[in-house]
Design a protein around this ligand. Structure first.
Ligand code: NOS
Ligand code: ZN
Length: 334
């Protein structure tokens, strides 16, 4: 379990990787979209990982039905609303929800910038009802190439005042960060933070590239850090955070045995590492699960758990005053 005196925070949580299977089913019926099964139970394995997948791409394909049923902007708003509801129900106090508007728009030819606006609307509506703090991170889905990512970035920048950062996600192996240097120059110019998926399907060179050329302040997954002493020293010195997602790393085949996850070494070195979900709907997990794995599979003690939660707060894209207020609020309510 997590420490209830400290905020429970999810900094790496894909909104479009957390579409409820029941909602996918309902939207498909509503829009007459034919799914590969006629029975709901049989459909679940198409949108939820069972055990683990052979590699990252097999894992990512489980997100595809969720976005395929987004036929209208109301559907985008609905899943954004439900994401906030889910975060609240999972006991989360603060989440940075990330989403890829092109990935959400592409199947049904929605206007990308309208998808961004619909997500913002859905999140704002839900935040009026549920007592959970939310910020949004825009994703460039590298899997669709440089040009699509530029269109995606344009749409995100049109709403930049509603975002705290931009991320690069998708197929890290075939679409290396070098292709996206120009994109992240624009992100920097727009004064948005960068958090980059790196060192998940590729090695430490991908993490160096994310830091040096894409200006990453945080690294998503960063599993490959443990293969490079210099990068760990650099990240320690510069307070560059690692957003660990334990179950995800197992399900993508990145880590075969969770008891051997390098997060242990990261924490022991004092790195700014934190625990996150990734794609909770697709994974069939919630954040408290990940804290239980840290305790039971990795042998983390109360002090380690506390450190992980402190790290989440520190690594978040909140201002210092927002961090202090969040910490105080959770303490008072306990
Ligand atoms: O674990 C992950 N690694 C890399 N990319 C991911 C992961 N989970 C989801 N996405 C990617 O994020 C976008 C949707 O938010 C999609 O591009 C999806 O493939
Ligand atoms: Zn991710």
């Amino acid at each position: 379990m997590n420490n209830s005196q400290l905020p429970l925070i999810d900094l790496h949580r894909h909104l479009d990787g957390n579409i409820r299977p029941k909602t996918i089913w309902a939207l498909a019926q509503q829009h007459n979209i034919v799914l590969p099964e006629t029975n709901f139970e049989a459909f679940i394995p198409h949108v939820q990982v069972q055990g683990s997948e052979s590699d990252l791409l097999a894992f990512l394909s489980k997100l595809d039905w969720g976005v395929a049923v987004l036929k209208t902007l109301d559907d985008c708003k609905r899943i954004a609303y439900e994401n906030v509801e889910d975060a609240f129900n999972a006991g989360i106090h603060y989440a940075e929800l990330r989403f890829s508007p092109y990935y959400m728009a592409m199947n049904n030819n929605l206007v990308i910038a309208d998808v961004v606006a619909a997500v913002i609307d859905g999140v704002n509506a839900a935040c009026k009802v549920y007592d959970v703090k939310i910020n949004l991170i825009g994703i460039l889905s590298r899997t669709f190439g440089v040009e699509k990512c530029q269109a995606e970035l344009d749409a995100l920048l049109a709403h930049k005042q509603h975002l705290v950062a931009v991320d690069l996600a998708g197929d890290e192996y075939n679409y290396p960060g070098e292709l996206f240097v120009e994109h992240f120059k624009q992100v920097q110019k727009a004064q948005l933070n960068a958090t980059i998926h790196a060192g998940e399907a590729a090695g430490p060179e991908s993490i160096w590239q994310a830091i040096n050329q894409l200006h990453a302040k945080r690294i998503g997954h960063g599993v490959a850090c443990h293969r490079d002493e210099k990068i760990m020293d650099y990240m320690l010195e510069h307070n560059i955070a690692i957003e660990s997602c334990l179950t995800s790393n197992f399900q993508t085949g990145t880590i075969k045995d969770l008891s051997q996850h390098p997060i242990k070494g990261f924490l022991a070195r004092g790195l700014l590492v934190c625990l996150n979900t990734d794609d909770p709907g697709v994974q069939g997990i919630e954040l408290k699960n990940e804290y239980n794995i840290a305790r039971n599979t990795l042998g983390f003690n109360d002090k380690d758990i506390k450190q992980l939660q402190e790290n989440s707060l520190k690594a978040s894209f909140l201002s210092d005053s927002e961090k202090a207020a969040l910490k105080q609020k959770v303490l008072v309510n306990n």
